[in-house]
Design a protein around this ligand. Structure first.
Ligand SMILES: [Fe+2]
Length: 289
């Protein structure tokens, strides 16, 4: 298939677009690459069906968007042999917890989170396992001018440990001993980012908060901050604002980690799933003002 005529089908009002007419096993023409990049800047996530690609071809696609990260895999992932840029995300039927089963952006607790990710379905459960995406540019635009003006003056503190426990109390089945271990392991993984940033390519204002890792506004207590953070997240993630991508064999998704939240649904207990992921690095959100 030649990559010359792309057909774009949006999945929702603001988030996600399916792109047909592309065979990612072949190099993209500059025009096709630009069209996909434009679609990503508009919709926050792009989806392709029925792809049959090697790990190297996945990396070649990812390189159109930035620098592809090499080998900083969490301990739960291993690299594809011969292509260290691609991690294997594998879940066994007996595995308890799902990675990313809540609204979040990746690595927001680091000073320089990745630009985005490219995820390719290798083997899937018989049902379930969809991923949801929510455009935080659209969520930001929905707020009143008064609220946006206030939020532009704020930064938020993002804390990795919140996934495991908050205020010394374990979350989601984590034991007190495990929490003690994670508290030591993730002590330094705290980062502060503007609550509203400007997307470096689209220029759109992005609301950069999420319900788990965003702990508080800088200079505020957690108790003071959480009602507003949770309000912003609940408003942003209303069903009208997100899309839901149903993975099929050969599906590939790329999302902009600066513009969308994502949520990996944990509804396929007892089945396995294998995905190939590569992470793209690039310019982060700019100051909004
Ligand atoms: Fe994630």
């Amino acid at each position: 298939m030649r990559n010359t005529v792309l057909k774009l089908t949006p999945l929702s009002a603001n988030t996600g677009v399916e792109i047909a007419g592309v065979d990612l096993a072949n190099p993209l023409s500059p025009e096709a690459a630009q069209e996909i990049r434009d679609a990503l800047n508009t919709w926050g996530a792009v989806f392709f069906r029925d792809q049959d690609i090697t790990p190297d071809q996945q990396v070649a696609f990812a390189r159109h968007f930035g620098t592809v990260e090499k080998r900083t895999h969490p301990s739960s992932m291993s690299p594809v042999e011969g292509t260290p840029e691609v991690s294997i995300i594998h879940r066994e039927p007996t595995d308890g917890r799902n990675t990313g089963g809540f609204w979040h952006t990746d690595q927001c607790f680091l000073p320089d989170p990745p630009l985005g990710s490219v995820l390719y379905a290798k083997s899937l459960p018989t049902r379930g396992g969809d991923t949801m995406f929510c455009h935080m540019g659209a969520a930001c635009a929905e707020l009143s001018e008064g609220m946006r003006a206030m939020l532009r003056g704020l930064k938020a503190v993002h804390v990795r440990l919140n996934y495991h426990g908050i205020g010394g109390k374990p979350q989601w089945g984590v034991t007190p001993d495990e929490l003690e271990f994670f508290t030591m392991k993730y002590a330094g993984q705290v980062a502060t980012h503007p609550v509203i940033g400007r997307h470096p390519e689209s220029g759109q204002e992005i609301l950069y908060v999420n319900p788990i890792y965003t702990d508080r506004f800088e200079g505020w207590t957690r108790e003071e901050s959480q009602p507003l953070i949770q309000y912003l997240c609940e408003r942003a993630t209303r069903p009208e604002n997100y899309c839901r991508f149903d993975w099929k064999p050969g599906s590939l998704a790329m999302w902009d980690n600066r513009a969308v939240l994502h949520y990996a649904l944990d509804d396929y207990a007892g089945e396995s799933r294998t995905m190939h992921r590569c992470v793209v690095l690039g310019p982060w959100l700019q100051p909004a003002a």
